[in-house]
Ligand binder design. Structure first.
Ligand SMILES: Nc1ncnc2c1ncn2[C@@H]1O[C@H](COP(=O)(O)OP(=O)(O)OP(=O)(O)O)[C@@H](O)[C@H]1O
Length: 302
């Protein structure tokens, strides 16, 4: 379990993370979502003890990561796939990691096979594509078979087959009872990956809930209506308190259900050619929820 408690990180006058409190539980994939610059990488680095918090605490299974000898057996992570020695081979890179963390060498071969890099194990990492580097980073994270795994934007650079592979891997790791914490700035990436969501903006917590709860609160259904008597229907719906916009030749109505719109149309003998309900996508709900943080960042270079 990862416990983040009133965590704050300031870099000079920039507050990257502010009073952040949340818990990440085992047996689930937890998505860590926020727009660019929201503070996700900073938080992950503090969990790993790479950055010192300005205030607050973060523990993994009750202890700070810095207190762990042979850290890779406790927490595996992929922070930056480019952060590797290009002159080494994948095998040499993983072997060095295994040695320094007292992990048996047989794990090197196992993880290379698991991530699909066995055939290029002896090639220089410098010639790897971003997708291959992501796979190597995932191999490093898996090396010590840790109970807790952190991934920063692991889907970047992966082709659709790679994305599916990573998703399946995360599901499997969670099903094995591990804690899987995955950052992304795209809701669409998390929609099919995460069970739980931690959403931050401007370094502050915006939501911590299940994907199902997030979808339920974020979606405002709108009804699309097609009728030759648009002006009349618009007047009737507005009088009932609905908000009526246009979507091409159709009316886009919020604040009235399709059932109610159908009833009104029938009462006033208005023909309907089209009537459908549309829920906002999770991506739209996420953008709405984080809009303030994005605007703030766009208007303020710090
Ligand atoms: N070492 C640093 N020195 C100064 N400012 C920093 C440093 N690291 C991060 N920041 C600032 O802290 C804020 C949060 O950055 P962070 O990289 O944690 O966000 P993020 O959510 O991971 O964003 P992205 O999706 O773009 O990677 C940003 O405003 C960033 O410019």
């Amino acid at each position: 379990m990862i416990e983040v408690n009133e965590l704050t990180k300031r870099y000079g006058s920039t507050t990257a993370v502010k009073d952040l409190t949340f818990t990440v539980r085992p047996g689930q994939v937890t998505g860590f979502l926020g727009p660019n610059g929201a503070g996700k990488s900073t938080t992950l680095r503090m969990i790993l003890g790479l950055h010192e918090p300005t205030s607050g605490t973060v523990t993994v299974d009750g202890r700070s990561f810095a207190d762990r000898p042979r850290g890779l057996r406790h927490v595996g992570s992929l922070l930056d796939a480019h952060d590797v020695h290009g002159g080494r081979s994948a095998e040499a890179q993983l072997s060095a990691l295994a040695r320094s963390n007292r992990i048996p060498q047989r794990r090197v071969e196992e993880v290379l096979r698991e991530v699909g890099l066995a055939e290029v194990a002896r090639r220089r990492i410098g010639g790897f594509s971003l997708g291959m580097k992501q796979r190597l980073g995932i191999a490093s994270a898996l090396l010590g078979e840790p109970p807790v795994l952190l991934f920063d934007e692991p889907l970047n650079g992966l082709d659709p087959e790679g994305v599916k592979w990573v998703r399946d891997l995360f599901r499997r790791l969670a099903a094995e009872g591990r804690t899987v914490f995955v950052s992304s700035h795209l809701m669409s990436e998390m929609e099919h990956t995460a069970d739980q969501l931690i959403v931050i903006g401007r370094g502050e917590l915006i939501a911590a809930e299940s994907l199902a709860e997030f979808s339920a609160r974020g979606t405002r259904p709108s009804v699309t209506v097609g009728t030759p008597a648009a002006a009349v229907l618009r007047g009737l719906l507005t009088a009932e308190g609905a908000v009526v916009g246009t979507a091409g030749d159709l009316l886009a109505v919020t604040g009235a259900t399709a059932v109610r719109i159908g009833e009104i149309a029938m009462e006033h003998r208005i023909p309907l050619h089209h009537l459908s309900t549309r829920s906002a996508s999770l991506e739209e709900a996420f953008m709405e929820l984080t809009a303030d943080s994005v605007q703030y960042l766009a208007g303020d270079p710090t």
